[in-house]
Design a protein around this ligand. Structure first.
Ligand code: Z5A
Length: 208
């Protein structure tokens, strides 16, 4: 019998309102048509323990949190996520799509909070041991437009309450990373219609 082919790990990232959740539905439908088993997951909160970490991170009650604590909680969530869910699924041959992954730590905690990127890299090496996505879809949208799209949702979580400047720094850090890793991180114009974004994603998935 041929050895089981490992699955692919695809992550999707971007600022608020870029359309990640919307496009994940599209990706799921598109890839499922090929008969693959597709697992949709997210960070933070992709595991039972991760759901509790997500509450700590995003609920308004914990309004003050040291930036290092925020970063460590993101990586605690990630450690649990990859070890208990992502890697086992890939080894079974499933394809895994994660709504956010470690690029978000560089963008939000590095760019947004101003934490040293080298320290984030140390933590990443410690937790991931070189494990990286096969593909990252970076949905890029002007911060103001992204926030307009999500503003109708009402209650904002702890990070969503940040300033416009914070989100501009987040976006800049994402773009910077896409320039550092152009083979893995594909920058997608997410400012036009949902269909236009899906079409760009489809072209990239065809290459994969
Ligand atoms: N975070 C972090 O700081 N560090 C880390 O390491 C990680 C995460 C992993 C949780 O993220 C928070 O955790 C997040 C980053 C931080 N903080 N914030 N703020 P999340 O992914 O769970 O939540 P989110 O970023 O707030 O997701 P979102 O706001 O829901 O955005 P989205 O998924 O990209 O958008 P959407 O739900 O698909 O679309 C939003 C609306 O826009 C919806 O009504 C759509 O119908 C509409 N939409 C979507 N696309 C279009 C287009 N093309 N045109 C018009 N309207 C559109």
């Amino acid at each position: 019998m041929l050895p089981m082919e490992k699955g692919k790990f695809i992550t999707i990232d971007g600022v608020e309102g870029a359309g990640k959740s919307t496009q994940i539905d599209y990706i799921y439908d598109y890839l499922s048509r090929s008969g693959r088993n597709i697992i949709i997951t997210r960070e933070p909160g992709g595991t039972d323990l991760g759901k509790k970490i997500r509450e700590l991170l995003l609920e308004g009650e914990t309004s003050s949190m040291h930036s290092d604590t925020e970063l460590l909680l993101m990586f605690a969530d990630r450690n649990e996520h990859i070890n208990s869910k992502v890697i086992p699924a890939l080894e079974r041959g499933d394809w895994v799509i994660s709504d956010r992954f470690s690029d978000a730590s560089y963008a939000y905690q590095g760019g947004g909070r101003g934490l040293n990127m080298e320290r984030i890299l140390e933590l990443e090496n410690w937790v991931l041991h070189g494990f990286i996505p096969d593909l990252t879809l970076l949905l890029d949208v002007d911060v103001e437009l992204g926030l307009q799209r999500v503003n109708s949702r009402g209650n904002k979580d702890r990070i969503e309450q940040e300033t416009m400047d914070f989100f501009v720094r987040v976006r800049d850090a994402y773009i910077q990373r896409s320039k550092m890793f152009p083979d893995r991180i594909k920058l997608i114009d997410a400012s036009k219609t949902i269909e236009f974004t899906s079409q760009q994603i489809k072209n990239i998935l065809l290459d994969l």
